[in-house]
Design a protein around this ligand. Sequence first.
Ligand SMILES: [Zn+2]
Length: 417
Amino acid sequence: MQLKTLFNFVEKHKDFVYERFELDRDASRPTLRVHIRHAKRSKGLCSGCGEPGPTHDTLAVRTWETVPLWGIVVLYLYAMRRIRCGRCDAVVVEKVPWASGKRRITDSFAWFLAAWAKRMSWREVARSFHVSWDTVYSAVRMAVAYGLDHRRLDDVETIGVDEVMWKRSKRGFLTVVYALDAGRRRLLWCSPGRKQETLDAFFDWFGERTSQLKAVASDMWQAYLNVIRDRAPNALNVLDRFHIVKNVQKAVDEVRTGEARALEAAGKNLLKHKRWLLLKRPENLTEKQTIALDELVKINLNTVRAYLLKEDLQQLWTYVSVVQGCRFLVDWCRRAKASGLKPMARVARTIDKHSGLILNWFFTGGALSSGAVEGFNNKLKVITRRAYGFRTYDVTSTALYHAMGELPTPQLRHSYQ
Ligand SMILES: [Zn+2]
């Protein structure tokens, strides 16, 4: 079999011919040069409008790196024509089917790199395939631009609004919106900031589709609550379990830190290294941790009481009827306020204030799984943490859309994955 057959099998370009192959064994990495020419009598297409036009002149040979073959670098070489385009009324460089814009790699190679960039860090992709970090970034940017252009948004009924820190500074917040419908969960939108205007911009963009939203999950951030109330009045605003429990966990931690300090002053260190015991769900503890927790529970520490209150709250989401749920929540708030533990009383007051929105969960018919919000939040944190090194918002948002947007990709003649 000839190389030509192989290349035509993988990628055949209309009006272009793989003419000649040249293997450079002496290069620092073995390199296959693939010389391409246009078919005889074919006309070049305008890179602006796509119309064919007569050749004006031919430029010097250019190279594009494409997907490596058995670890051999593969370069396409082609002398581009400049054509006279009647429609654009100008002399323009022709369009070639294997690459777009000024990129020095082929579209196939860009899609190949972008696909790997979902599985490894961009730096690892760059190192593995001997390209620069910028090349990987431009490949991912291409994939994201294509995906955002071609995605469907008409199937979104449940969304979640969340905030995440992406820079180590007070102003380093991002507002993110995901679709939470089962089987179609994905990142929809993100923007720097977490003010009312920030979320308003989402609804401006989402437009008419807002009217088909059934539920909007969010945390207790007042700016978000205001916007959701005004802009999505027909959707149920639900304060989701993940964010509620997170707030209560913070209160437990505050009680623990305060008590640990007091105990330390008294020469006891019962609470040292116990933070994780109190944060984990009991079913996730190891046997050794369970014993340690049992021992802690025997001593009637404030921390333990706070912890038990937190665990107890989880029951709310096991009720089926809103009446029972409501009764439970009222009772929980009363007990937390009466506990004498300031942080717990404070969080109970907040929960009390928002109990209507919390109880809205009972009206979503199970469409809103707390696991979904938590899963997204964790994944977001991993990516934004990795993105601390990225510095700019553009790079961060590109990384987020790429990893979490479930964006469509084109049907290539040959899939490299
Ligand atoms: Zn044109």
